[in-house]
Design a protein around this ligand. Structure first.
Ligand code: IPM
Ligand code: MN
Length: 356
């Protein structure tokens, strides 16, 4: 009997549906070739759905997502919905409810892709950011007083628990051990200013590091790390950090590896249901035009396959992406690819079907 995975799909808004279509095409091709099956269940969640029903994501939908083997998400964001509603009501709610406490974001320069740090080669840019995904400034702690008056006060607090910090750091060490032979991990923080939060992070980091003597553990302040990500990306293998810094440095990482069109991420609950997504937004102005690059969504499928244990299929998808980036695509930016969205998907699919 073939193994069958129950996959939830949330195409979402804007260009989400068109890049998700290419990701699913890749997934089905990999499944046929590597002898497993995927049962797809599509969810109507996003800005459009919110505007017609007033609903972001229901408890029933969350319960249903929790039963799946994995979730594939396109993009959430709608120009007619006030900022914050969909982000908090859908994305963060799902990450928190399913306890996807790791946000894993690879930063890798594939051959043939233009990067603003153009003298760096593919071998110099290949690291992963492990971002804590359920705490920090994202926990929503704080409040405001006298809103809208001259005496207004706003407080937004960063919540860091020993348990939350430790499980994230442990995941990063475990991941570092299996990734490659570099065995290097960097804690990204701000111990010189955020002396409570990052004191907890730093102590926990070095305590856990003692259990992994074969991994070189070091620390960098977030501002200096941004500089080094651009100047010396080859220094990094695994970077572990809190939610807010992780959000910021992975947008920088996406640019270093060539752009949002090829940057993917995984929201991981190692013991539960994980969610995989291209990390860019819904790009409303390109909706339906077949101009957006589906590689980010296809690499999200690769992360999904790797996480659920279909390692051969994951390797084949990545090799297909690498080939298309090296040989077929003119530019990774939307509208400049020299191909339509679905043509790029077809090129990856062809590679998977015809490689051995
Ligand atoms: C991301 C996004 C989200 C975040 C937003 C949309 C809430 O920027 O996935 O990085 O800040 O986590
Ligand atoms: Mn972000």
């Amino acid at each position: 009997m073939k193994k069958t995975y129950e996959i939830a799909v949330i195409p979402g808004d804007g260009t989400g549906p068109e890049v998700v279509a290419e990701g699913l095409k890749t997934l089905e091709t990999a499944a046929a070739k590597y002898n497993f099956a995927c049962h797809i269940c599509t969810y109507d969640i996003g800005g459009e759905h919110y505007l017609t029903t007033g609903e972001t994501i229901s408890d029933q939908q969350l319960d249903s997502l929790a039963q799946k083997d994995a979730i594939f998400l396109g993009a959430i964001g709608h120009p007619d919905v006030k900022p914050g509603i969909l982000e908090k009501g859908i994305l963060l709610k799902t990450r928190f409810a399913l306890d996807q406490y790791i946000n894993l974001r690879p930063v890798k320069l594939y051959e043939g892709v233009y990067t603003p740090i153009k003298d760096k080669l593919s071998e110099h840019v290949d690291f992963v950011v492990v971002r804590e995904n359920t705490e920090g400034l994202y926990a929503g702690a704080g409040g405001c007083l006298k809103r809208g008056t001259a005496d207004e006060v706003a407080i937004q607090e960063s919540i860091n628990t020993r348990k939350g910090v430790e499980r994230c750091i442990r995941y990063a060490f475990e991941y570092c051990q299996t990734r490659n032979s570099a065995r290097k991990i960097t804690l990204c923080g701000k111990t010189n200013v955020l002396t409570y939060a990052f004191d907890l992070w730093e102590r926990t980091f070095y305590e856990v590091a003692e259990e992994y003597p074969d991994i070189e553990a070091n620390y960098a302040h977030v501002d200096a790390l941004c500089m080094w990500m651009v100047k010396n990306p080859e220094w990094f293998d695994v970077i572990v950090t809190d939610n807010m810094f992780g959000d910021i440095i992975t947008d920088l990482g996406a640019m270093i590896q060539g752009g949002m069109g090829i940057a993917a991420g995984a929201n991981i609950n190692p013991a539960g249901v994980s969610m995989f997504e291209p990390i860019g937004g819904s790009a409303p102005k390109y909706t339906g035009q077949q101009k957006i690059n589906p590689i980010a969504a296809i690499l999200a499928v690769q992360l999904m396959l790797d996480t659920i244990g279909e390692k051969k299929a994951a390797t084949s998808v990545e090799a297909g992406v690498a080939k298309v980036l090296r040989e077929d695509i003119k530019d990774v930016a939307a509208g400049k690819m020299g191909h339509s969205t679905s043509e790029i998907g077809d090129l990856v699919v062809d590679y998977i079907e015809n490689s051995d």
